[in-house]
Design a protein around this ligand. Structure first.
Ligand code: SF4
Ligand code: SF4
Length: 299
């Protein structure tokens, strides 16, 4: 059982990907060689562009079983529509119309079970793909990428996580931004969540939403303030008032921001950044050791 950590933020643009890629790099360098990065931001995965020596590996298409109604068998009894909790089926007996809205379907199979007339069959429909990358160190990157037009982010994240090899001691999920279902799916099985925020009013607002969510689902978490030195102190006052652990601060660095824009995050990392990440990896190492102890693991 790997120690699983998600890097999340209540909104985009806080530096979540920067932190994820750097933590993958520094955890591998300082703490754990058997580490895997998983890009769960399936609508816009971009972790791969930050690894200079990355090589594409295996790819797997992910499908969803979508039911189809055979009108020649259908009696328009509406039983399938009554069973569907997602309102994905429209049956209009007066005009003998029955149709499934694939974009609302969650592939639960209830309609097929309900139909007594053998009028429903299921066929696989692609929703995206999972790609394995060799990053040149660690156990590499696994990336979920949603097919354009698909709304099955949550299912694809779940399938991506199911494909993570069992040989890892640590798995790092780069979560999608926001606080909706895809984020909940990403953090569902993790042991710890790192919330990345920035010291601005927007950063504070979105952080509070994430904190409420994680308290609701009872996940342990700590906060990294990115772009420290910009903005104001309100975020620190909030953390203090709510007794939330500040696990690290990463200063805003103009030169490093420019390097991010060019995709070269892991080259010539400024000394002050190195020191920040060293402190954060020490914190994660301590949590990982506690996790191993609590689960009687010997790797
Ligand atoms: S349950 Fe079967 S027969 Fe009844 S409306 Fe649905 S598909 Fe048609
Ligand atoms: S598989 Fe489930 S969600 Fe999809 S149409 Fe059938 S009952 Fe509705």
């Amino acid at each position: 059982m790997a120690f699983k950590v998600a890097v999340a933020s209540g909104k985009g643009g806080t530096g979540k990907t920067t932190v994820s890629v750097n933590l993958f790099h520094y955890m591998h360098k300082n703490v754990c060689k058997d580490i895997q990065l998983v890009d769960c931001d399936v609508e816009e995965p971009n972790d791969a562009i930050f690894f200079p020596d990355i090589k594409i590996g295996a790819e797997k298409e992910i499908t969803q079983l979508i039911p189809e109604i055979d009108n020649s068998q259908c009696t328009y009894c509406r039983k399938c529509a009554d069973y569907c909790e997602f309102n994905a089926i429209v049956v209009l007996p007066p005009i003998q119309f029955a149709e499934i809205n694939a974009s609302l379907c969650h592939s639960c199979g209830a309609c097929s079970f309900a139909c007594e007339y053998n009028a429903i069959s299921e066929k696989p429909v692609p929703i995206g793909k999972v790609t394995f990358f060799d990053t040149g160190f660690g156990n590499g990157l696994l990336e979920g990428k949603l097919k354009i037009g698909s709304a099955m982010q949550t299912l694809l994240i779940k399938e991506s996580k199911n494909l993570v090899p069992q040989n890892n001691k640590m798995v790092l999920y780069d979560a999608p931004p926001g606080t909706s279902c895809p984020v909940v799916e990403t953090v569902a099985d993790v042991d710890y969540v790192i919330l990345v925020t920035e010291p601005t009013p927007f950063g504070l607002h979105d952080l509070t939403l994430m904190v409420d969510l994680l308290k609701e689902i009872q996940k342990p978490f700590g906060v990294i303030v990115n772009k420290a030195g910009l903005g104001n102190n309100a975020i620190y006052e909030y953390l203090h008032k709510e007794n939330i652990e500040l696990i690290g601060e990463i200063p805003f660095n103009q030169e490093y921001a420019a390097r991010y824009a060019k995709g070269s995050l892991l080259e010539e990392i400024p000394q002050e950044m190195e020191e920040c990440y060293l402190k954060i990896t020490q914190d994660l190492e301590r949590r990982m050791t506690d996790y191993e102890g609590n689960n009687n693991l010997k790797w």
